[in-house]
Write a protein of this length. Structure first.
Length: 119
């Protein structure tokens, strides 16, 4: 029900835009989160948006570089990633949690999309 796309290979300083297309249900009252997991590291939440209200959260490591948004008409969330760094290299996942908190239980997950940033 969540389809992530948009990953790829980019040089440091470049940009990518990830998409998370939702289908099969309305995601009103859900929070959509973008997670990432690099090899050998724990999965981390990098950004989240509450579908209905639009409030957002960013991890300190991506603040001022990444922007999360959603297009309610297209039922799609986006993660615009600018000024990419090699340490942003990871597999990125989108997920949905019922409620307006990024601490909710993420019950729905998209498949990962790989982002590689070369130095």
């Amino acid at each position: 029900q969540l389809q992530a796309s948009g990953g790829g290979l980019v040089q440091a300083g470049g940009s990518l835009r990830l998409s998370c297309a939702a289908s099969g249900r309305s995601f009103n009252s859900y929070t959509i989160g973008w997670f990432r997991q690099a090899p050998g590291k724990e999965r981390e939440l990098v950004a989240a948006v509450f579908w209905s209200g639009g409030s957002t959260y960013y991890a300190d490591s991506v603040k001022d570089r990444f922007t999360i948004s959603r297009d309610r008409a297209k039922n799609t969330a986006f993660l615009q990633m600018n000024s990419l760094k090699p340490e942003d290299t990871a597999t990125y996942y989108c997920a949905a949690a019922l409620g307006g908190s990024r601490y909710g239980k993420y019950d729905y997950w998209g498949q990962g999309t790989e982002v590689t940033v070369s130095s």
